[in-house]
Design a protein around this ligand. Structure first.
Ligand code: A4P
Ligand code: MG
Length: 210
């Protein structure tokens, strides 16, 4: 992806997405494509990063099942996973601790198609929406997609709150430490700050991805 403005339209059903490159992200994410793939196309896959969280029931099992369902999708390949972290709840504090991890995937799905897949997996794993930022069996957020910036009703990428959240940044830094933040800081350096990594502790059990 070059740094110049690009007006592209990725179609998903009747909904047009306006996509623009994000210089700081595209320059530090491996550039796999010049434009987002179109729906149903056989465009080359792009890299995307998915944040997974769970704080109800068998938390590690929920993360493993989510990763397994994602890897079963024909057009999504799970390439790498961060380790799992146990994290203090962010936003709504009166709830159990979360387990969080990040998945790196290659996909030729357009962003809204990928969001549909993630929400389908949330529903399959019994996700109920009671309270915003409240407890959930599994939450799958699309954090980054091929260095693109998207701002639509159903989807904002990069995920609008990711830069404030140690439970996203610490595991993401394992996978892409050279990512530059919007403030121009290297992610691997940012997460060394105690205020960023506070309340984010490696969880002993791993997550086997089929
Ligand atoms: N949406 C827009 N952009 C995106 C995106 N990039 N990825 C829309 C995913 N969804 C996106 O999400 C609400 C709507 O956001 C979706 O319908 C989608 O169209 P939701 O999952 O239904 O509801 P939510 O998760 O309760 O709300 P929200 O605002 O997405 O919450 P977050 O940001 O996901 O935060 N603390 C710790 N320690 N660990 C956690 O994992 N998670 C949350 C949830 C709060 N506190 C946490 C954790
Ligand atoms: Mg969410």
């Amino acid at each position: 992806m070059n740094g110049s403005a690009m007006s592209g339209a990725a179609m998903n059903g009747a909904v047009a997405l306006t996509v623009m490159p994000v210089g700081s992200i595209s320059s530090s994410m491996p550039a796999l494509s010049e434009t987002p793939p179109s729906e149903g196309s056989s465009a080359p896959p792009v890299l995307a990063y998915i944040g997974a969280g769970s704080n109800l029931g068998d938390r590690a099992g929920c993360l493993a099942r989510a990763a397994g369902l994602l890897s079963e999708h024909q057009r999504v390949k799970v390439l790498r996973a961060s380790r799992i972290y146990e994290t203090e709840p962010w936003g709504y504090h009166d709830q159990p601790r979360f387990l969080n991890m990040i998945l790196e995937v290659a996909t030729d799905l357009v962003p809204l198609e990928l969001l549909d897949v993630l929400q389908g997996i949330e529903n399959a794993l019994g996700r109920k929406r009671f309270v915003r930022w409240g407890p959930r069996t599994v939450d799958l957020d699309l954090l980054l997609y091929d260095g693109l910036a998207i701002d639509e009703d159903r989807l904002t990428i990069p995920h609008p709150r990711m830069w404030d959240r140690g439970f996203v940044l610490v595991p993401l830094a394992e996978l892409i430490p050279d990512l530059m933040t919007p403030a121009g800081e290297r992610l691997g350096d940012l997460v060394r700050r105690p205020e960023v990594s506070r309340g984010v502790v490696p969880y002993p059990a791993g997550c086997a991805i089929p």
